[in-house]
Design a protein around this ligand. Structure first.
Ligand SMILES: C[S@@+](CC[C@H](N)C(=O)[O-])C[C@H]1O[C@@H](n2cnc3c(N)ncnc32)[C@H](O)[C@@H]1O
Length: 282
């Protein structure tokens, strides 16, 4: 079924009732494994999942949730998460961050790593890739002809396989916010009308991996900058606090954490506030 037909079928489908027991079993499972707090999303759950559950051959929520919790099949989990959360993102999102990145963070970390010529940057919750590709374009632009002498690879992670597949493909309809000079330098036309693909110089600079932010962080390098923007909105305060503590542990002293401008971070003694949604490890 075409995506549009599918959406129409879903929206005209009468939602199934979800019992208190089934609702809380689902909420607890998603919270424990993925950090996402759905406790106030009862209507969203029955509205967005009923059609899918029926289409999979289940008459009600109960047996579907039994199956989900027992098998924990990543495809089913992803289906549920995709229906209940958003992978919405775009190039140059929250431009203030990129101005700060260009004018303050990059000059500082490039100076700091003149010797090893390695930058270590993580886009945590990268969705379909626009964020790590934007970061990569800023780095290449900043370093100019020197870029080839540096290891500037950006780690980009998400739990959504669907989003990561789109990210790896790197094909987009480009918004006007991308400067024309960057359009011609960092993208190549990709066949379909108006579509572009991220050029190899940027695509090869981003490493996409599946990573659940509820898991311990065990990457080889400590990070100079972590972008985790518009991800923690789904998490409750305790989950957020624990994640921020893990981020702090995984960051170089003097490194940075950037969160979404509509998000709050809570208190973490490891970071000091620098600018809206921008923090530096002490
Ligand atoms: C709204 S997008 C944000 C994309 C980008 N950071 C931005 O600001 O435009 C949120 C992303 O967080 C991801 N996400 C949610 N919970 C996650 C978890 N527990 N582990 C990893 N990624 C998660 C979702 O799959 C989604 O792609």
């Amino acid at each position: 079924m075409e995506e549009k037909e599918q959406k129409n079928a879903e929206s005209s489908f009468a939602p199934l009732e979800i019992t208190d027991g089934d609702f809380w079993r689902l909420v607890k499972f998603i919270q424990q494994h993925y950090g996402i707090d759905l406790s106030k999303k009862r209507q969203l759950i029955s509205g967005r999942l009923s059609y899918t559950i029926k289409a999979k051959g289940y008459a009600s929520f109960g047996p579907f949730i039994d199956h989900l919790l027992e098998k924990q099949d990543p495809n089913d989990v992803e289906l549920v998460l995709n229906k209940l959360t958003t992978n919405y993102t775009f190039f140059m999102r929250e431009q203030e961050h990129f101005n700060f990145f260009q004018n303050t963070i990059l000059p500082e970390i490039v100076k700091r790593h003149q010797g090893a010529r390695t930058l270590s940057i993580w886009s945590a919750g990268c969705a379909s890739g626009e964020e790590p590709y934007t970061i990569s374009m800023y780095i290449k632009d900043f370093l100019g002809p020197e870029a080839g002498r540096w290891d500037t690879r950006v780690l980009a992670t998400d739990i959504s396989q669907q989003a990561l597949a789109k990210a790896k493909q790197g094909k987009y309809n480009l918004p006007d916010t991308i400067p024309p000079a960057w359009k011609s330098k960092f993208f190549v036309p990709a066949g379909a009308e108006g579509q572009y693909q991220v050029a190899p110089v940027i695509r090869d600079n981003v490493i996409f991996r599946t990573f659940n932010l509820m898991d311990p962080i065990r990457f080889r390098l400590k990070f100079d900058v972590i972008f985790c923007r518009n991800v923690m909105i789904y998490f409750n305060q305790q989950t957020k606090d624990e994640l921020v503590a893990r981020f702090c542990e995984a960051t170089e002293p003097g490194g940075y954490l950037l969160i979404g401008h509509s998000e709050t971070m809570g208190r973490n003694p490891g970071y000091r506030y620098l600018a809206p949604a921008t923090f530096q490890k002490r």
